[in-house]
Design a binder for this molecule. Sequence first.
Ligand SMILES: C[S@@+](CC[C@H](N)C(=O)[O-])C[C@H]1O[C@@H](n2cnc3c(N)ncnc32)[C@H](O)[C@@H]1O
Length: 300
Amino acid sequence: MSASIHTSVLPAEVMSYLAIEPGMTVVDGTLGGGGHTRLLVEAVGPTGRVIALDRDPAAIERGARELAGKPIRFAQANFCDLPEVLDAVGLERVDRVLLDIGLSSDQLADHERGFSFDSDGPLDLRFDPTEGEPAWRMINRLRPETLADIIYEFGEERFSRRIARRIADARGQTPIRSSRDLARIVMSAVPRQRPPARIHPATRTFQALRIAVNEELKSLRIALERIPTRLAPGGRLAVISFHSLEDRLVKEAFRNRQVWENLTKSPIEAGDDETLRNPRSRSAKLRAAQVLLAPPTPAG
Ligand SMILES: C[S@@+](CC[C@H](N)C(=O)[O-])C[C@H]1O[C@@H](n2cnc3c(N)ncnc32)[C@H](O)[C@@H]1O
């Protein structure tokens, strides 16, 4: 497996809002390429520790190799299961948690996973390829109306109905298997844009299916409820999201004044320098909050 090609977004801003002190215990709920994890491990120093989670076994395997010898515990897990992960290592509470949600450039580049439009591999789109239903099965199974709803809601795609109808026509002839198959179907369904759009015409459809097969909003909703029960008094959570529905969930959770003191009135976004260097950062939104000094009791 090759080295990570992922560039972490908003690194300075994340570190500023997390305000980590030496000796702290910090969770990186989305290890990905390990860029943020490296910063976290440096900040906690030799007396602190980092627990790094990812749903993707490949990210965990790469991280464990590239970050060997550092005080990091790796766990292949969904960040909504953080309480169970902490129980397994005998930890009641932690000081900081970071979630940088979505897809990494390593996953995008891996043609076996189906995240890129020109991939001839199976249209899988799962973060954890051992859990749940691959996207190719989902799009060959669902009713066109349900598919259209998914593409509209999670992809914010205005041509969702046309795309779903075209998928239904295509699969009636031969089952859809690869990402390339789906990208071609989407391109044939949407009108050609002039001037050409900044993003590939299939971007929104792929994003929608990825969010659906991984039940990404459900994981985030559960995590936002459970994480504060395992943060130490005054502990902080920072979340980077790339989708308006995710950002809305974070914003609403941080409004709960019985749990959180919100540290970001509006979301922090990447500056021009960063968006030039790393186009992925264009849609990133960072929010951070601190649990109150008298936190809720652990609910598990
Ligand atoms: C944007 S990348 C993280 C990049 C990382 N912060 C870095 O600096 O390299 C997102 C990662 O989160 C993982 N992921 C997405 N949803 C998850 C979840 N619910 N639980 C755990 N990991 C998740 C993905 O598998 C992916 O590796």
